[in-house]
Unconditional design. Structure first.
Length: 91
């Protein structure tokens, strides 16, 4: 009779490790998607900023928006790298 083999035990992993690896990988993918979205938003903000500067209708709110987007971009990049290296460390 054929006995079922647990693939995690064959690879040397305990069953409790798999959810953490999955969480790390999903977190890394989610962070990458957030990173792309943030880069697009910042690029559009810079494009809008250049257009407003050329027209002479630049506002302080636009400058504040670009600063906030840059801070968010830095935070997302930091989170993406921590999630990515966390998942690699768990593997």
């Amino acid at each position: 009779m054929v006995e079922a083999v647990n693939i995690t035990s064959v690879l040397g992993y305990d069953d409790s490790v798999i959810p953490y690896c999955t969480f790390g990988i999903v977190g890394g993918v989610f962070s990458f998607i957030l990173l792309l979205a943030t880069v697009i938003v910042v690029a559009k903000a810079i494009e809008y900023h250049a257009e407003q500067k050329k027209n002479g209708t630049l506002s302080k709110l636009c400058d504040l928006f670009i600063v906030l987007c840059s801070i968010v971009l830095f935070a997302v990049i930091s989170f993406a790298f921590s999630a990515l290296f966390g998942s690699i460390g768990l593997l």
